[in-house]
Design a protein around this ligand. Structure first.
Ligand SMILES: Cc1cc2nc3c(=O)[nH]c(=O)nc-3n(C[C@H](O)[C@H](O)[C@H](O)COP(=O)(O)OP(=O)(O)OC[C@H]3O[C@@H](n4cnc5c(N)ncnc54)[C@H](O)[C@@H]3O)c2cc1C
Length: 445
């Protein structure tokens, strides 16, 4: 029996993961991407003859779905990432002093946490004991009614310096949502995923190449080699529905027919494509309630190479939040400064923002080289806002239309009654794989 013809709309990491999984199981896949290149919100861009990313990304050892997806592509993950032992070195933008420093040794779990906390110079002995006991409670006590991360951390009574100078900045980075607006359940899942597994789950994985080379290009090769078809610059404009089925899709003004359609577009585009379909109005309303947060990356190119005390630093008390050495990805004289979610920086003209950030970096990095040039990239809808009870607004893979499925970082994958993954590469890949498996499974049985 012929396998169904499947259209995947969107060539971000979720759509690509779905395509890889389906091709691997012999399905006929056509992927349509409106942009000239694959990768969506995690792709390469060129600037000053350099290949950079549309935004600096950080992955973790806990990104098991990502590592699994790369293994499927026979990728050498040791080459694709620089694996750094977990270290949160947080510096104060006003004084240049260390605000917090937590470094985990490479001991098996949970000894890595135990020794890491005991060796941190940032806490008193009493605070270390408190943190060990209460952090464990935080990880393991189920949250019945979702609340903000600020309220949750306050009720957990962790040492204030750890909360303010480490956990809250990590929450902002992981959920792209300010702690007072962020979901405690989602943050607890991130912490559990990172700290409750084997010790290497806490590793920081910094891409050694631009993002397109990390996954999209490898996925493309795999899909094409396994009989799939990929068309870039191919915008899906419309879905035609009849008798509760998608009968055809319109791509660049051409009508094409498929047995099954996967929408792997960002939530805001999914909303537009589904809006004309009366049957899907409840879903459209649901997606419409999602709010979005920006991520700003400021690339700074210096006269000389600019090594940092650690390849990734956290910055508190300033506009900058994290700074990454781009030397790991091949650009020795470039640093990437990341600012997540809406904030003061959104109101500041670019030249002033660059000046402020350069001043902050000069405070924390002695003898910072003169700045040559800079490039500011803001993705206004980088992620959905991960507020309390967010999962009730996130759609699932299945829709009311029998041959239409959804995947993407905003799609909720129900697992063991856990909170959904936040808007991350791991979440995008996981939803893509799960969506594909929901098509593969019936044919395997
Ligand atoms: C600046 C920035 C920094 C980030 N940092 C991190 C990080 O450090 N760690 C982390 O894990 N995650 C991070 N994220 C989040 C992560 O990048 C996203 O969660 C992930 O890339 C989403 O993938 P996706 O496939 O779900 O969606 P997308 O990447 O948005 O893919 C959807 C694709 O659909 C295409 N499309 C849209 N409309 C159409 C149409 N009509 N027809 C055909 N194609 C269409 C789009 O062009 C796009 O390629 C960051 C995101 C940004 C923007």
């Amino acid at each position: 029996m012929n396998k169904p013809k499947i259209a995947i709309v969107g060539g971000g990491w979720a759509g690509l993961a779905a395509a890889v999984e389906l091709c691997q199981h012999g399905h006929q896949v056509s992927l349509f991407e409106s942009a000239p290149q694959l990768g969506g919100r995690a792709r390469s861009v060129t600037w000053n003859n350099m290949t950079l990313d549309n935004g600096q990304h950080l992955m973790l050892g806990a990104y098991q779905q990502m590592l699994q997806c790369l293994t499927t592509l026979h990728a050498d993950t040791d080459k694709l990432f620089k694996r750094l032992p977990y270290r949160m070195l947080m510096l104060d933008a006003q004084t240049g002093q260390t605000a917090f420093d937590l470094q985990l040794p490479t001991y098996p779990a949970p000894l890595h946490l135990l020794f890491g906390i005991f060796n941190t110079p940032s806490l008193s002995f009493k605070e270390k004991i408190t943190l060990l006991i209460r952090f464990n409670q935080c990880l393991n006590s189920p949250i019945k009614d979702d609340l903000s991360v600020t309220d949750w951390l306050q009720s957990a009574n962790l040492p204030l310096t750890y909360t303010k100078n480490c956990l809250e900045p990590v929450c902002l980075a992981a959920l792209t949502t300010h702690p007072h607006q962020a979901s405690a359940k989602a943050f607890q899942r991130v912490l559990q995923q990172t700290f409750s597994g084997p010790a290497h789950f806490t590793d920081l994985l910094i891409p050694t190449a631009d993002l397109s080379q990390i996954y999209p290009n490898l996925a493309k090769q795999f899909i094409l080699k396994n009989g799939g078809d990929i068309q870039t610059r191919s915008k899906v404009q419309q879905l035609h529905i009849e008798n509760n089925r998608i009968q055809s899709i319109v791509v660049n003004d051409q009508t094409l027919t498929f047995d099954q359609v996967i929408l792997a577009t960002p939530a805001s585009i999914t909303h537009k494509l589904l809006d004309p379909i009366p049957l899907l109005q409840p879903l459209v309303k649901q997606i419409n309630q999602l709010k979005y947060e920006p991520v700003t990356t400021l690339y700074l190119q210096f006269k000389q190479a600019t090594p940092l005390p650690y390849p990734m630093l956290g910055i508190v008390n300033g506009l900058s939040e994290w700074v990454f050495e781009r030397s790991i990805s091949g650009n020795n004289d470039v640093l990437a400064v990341v600012i997540s979610a809406r904030g003061k920086h959104c109101q500041i003209p670019e030249a002033q923002l660059v000046e402020t950030i350069y001043t902050e970096l000069s405070t924390i990095i002695p003898n910072l080289s003169p700045l040559l040039t800079s490039k500011l990239i803001t993705d206004k809808r980088a992620t959905f806002q991960c507020h309390p009870n967010i999962d009730s607004l996130r759609p699932c893979t299945e829709t009311m239309v029998s041959n239409l499925k959804l995947c993407g970082d905003y799609v909720y994958i129900e697992e063991k009654k856990q909170a959904g993954l936040p808007s991350t590469l791991e979440g995008a890949l996981h939803s893509g794989v799960k969506c594909a498996q929901s098509i593969i499974r019936p044919t395997l049985i």
